[in-house]
Design a protein around this ligand. Structure first.
Ligand code: SAM
Length: 391
């Protein structure tokens, strides 16, 4: 097998990362822009890491899935934008294959035998287009703005993005050319849509306001905030559901950002004693502002792994929402030992979630349910709320 070879492939199933799995002479091929059940002609692009499997790009659909649709974005093509993965699939099937990936990761890396029974997926409006409230653009050699192509440093110049909010596309239309390799973030907040230069080690941008279910949250304009406009509300209401029936007197919100998840718990239990832990200083400062009405809450500006080593408290509930890499052995061990009732784990990567669930199982916890939310339509990403309880 060599780069450039054209193969006819029967697509078996979806793989993590927005690709599909096929086999050629027993060798696994990860195929882009295909769908499970299809037969496609695909061009081999390169060996995958580990050099035992290949990446390939669909060049012709020989037998199409009934879920295949015509992509709406002109930049969704073999040599085009690397941002979206599933524009060639109808949106309900996108959710189905994301759920398959979640279940597969939980079975494989989490050793959760009943993963398919306890996992589900929901859509959140807007569920197809114009949902992104921030985009990050890079300038090409001529200073024109666009997104990186798939597995490449090349830039696909764009004049609009199908999945971005209309106000972002309006700003993009009038954005003056940059210098080669400049990067900008265009962010929509409650009041305005603003362009931020992305500079190494730049201080945080001034605060913007983001609104969730009638509550305003201060957040640095370029700081972490879920990209889907319905995300914070969907996650908050899932947290509220999962603590119904509990008596929560103490809690910790780890990797807390500006405190939006702690806020949802505090709406139900305003007197709960809580620690809200966030490493980014400006996010922690904003968490203090956002949670100032709750007198029993202490915002800690520290890394979770450092903080948790020094804490002896037990918590009725721990919410954790780590970055893509997950929480890892040490944090999970401490969380398991210090939580009395429920662990609520918010995950943006099913593989990291599965690894952390496996750790929790070693310490006597079991995965009760996983509710996923499709907060990233057209891409392979998915956000999950996993509930862990004592075995
Ligand atoms: C996925 S975000 C979640 C933010 C928040 N829970 C929300 O819903 O908006 C992860 C957060 O963890 C923070 N973070 C990353 N590594 C950390 C660490 N080791 N300790 C504490 N916070 C960390 C990031 O700054 C970011 O705010």
């Amino acid at each position: 097998m060599n780069p450039g070879d054209l193969l006819t492939l029967n697509i078996e199933k979806v793989a993590h990362g927005g690709l599909c799995v096929a086999r050629h002479d027993g060798v696994v091929v990860f195929v882009r822009h295909a769908l499970p059940g299809e037969t496609v002609e695909a061009k081999l692009i390169s060996l995958a890491p580990g050099k035992r499997s290949w990446f390939a790009q669909t060049t012709k659909v020989i037998r199409a899935s009934s879920h295949r649709i015509q992509p709406k974005c002109e930049f969704f093509k073999a040599d085009g934008c690397g941002g979206c993965d599933w524009q060639h699939s109808d949106s309900s099937f996108q959710r189905e294959i994301k759920l398959q990936v979640l279940v597969e990761q939980l079975e494989r890396f989490g050793q959760v035998p009943n993963a398919s029974e306890i996992s589900s997926v929901n859509s959140v409006e807007p569920s197809e287009s114009n949902w992104r409230t921030r985009i990050r653009l890079v300038a090409n050699e001529q200073g024109k703005w666009g997104f990186r192509k798939n597995r490449s440093h090349d830039v696909q110049v764009i004049d609009k993005c199908l999945i971005a909010d209309n106000s972002i596309n309006d700003v993009l239309k009038n954005l003056p050319d940059g210098n080669p390799d400049d990067e900008v973030l265009i962010v929509k907040s409650k009041e305005e849509t603003v362009v931020y230069p992305v500079e190494q080690r730049a201080p945080s941008a001034p605060n913007a306001i983001q609104e969730v279910d009638g509550h305003d949250f201060a957040v640095a304009g370029d700081g972490f905030w879920q990209v889907h406009p319905g995300a914070a509300s969907a996650l908050s209401s899932q947290i509220k559901k999962s603590i119904k029936g509990l008596q929560v007197e103490s809690f910790a919100d780890l990797y807390a950002g500006v405190g939006v998840l702690a806020h949802s718990l505090l709406q139900e239990f305003p007197l709960a004693q809580g620690f809200v832990v966030e490493a980014d200083r400006s996010a922690a400062q904003n968490a203090k502002i956002n949670l100032k009405d709750f007198k029993n809450v202490q915002v800690v500006s520290n890394r979770v792994d450092r903080w948790i080593r020094s804490v002896k408290n037990k918590f009725d509930v721990v919410i954790l929402d780590p970055p893509r890499s997950g929480a890892g052995q040490n944090v999970m061990q401490q969380v398991c030992n210090q939580t009395l009732q429920k662990i609520i784990y918010i995950a943006c990567d099913p593989a990291a979630l599965a690894r952390d669930v496996l750790i929790a199982m070693k310490y006597g916890w079991k995965l009760e349910t996983v509710v996923a939310f499709d907060l990233f339509p057209q891409t392979h990403h998915i956000e999950s709320v996993a509930i862990l309880v004592h075995e």
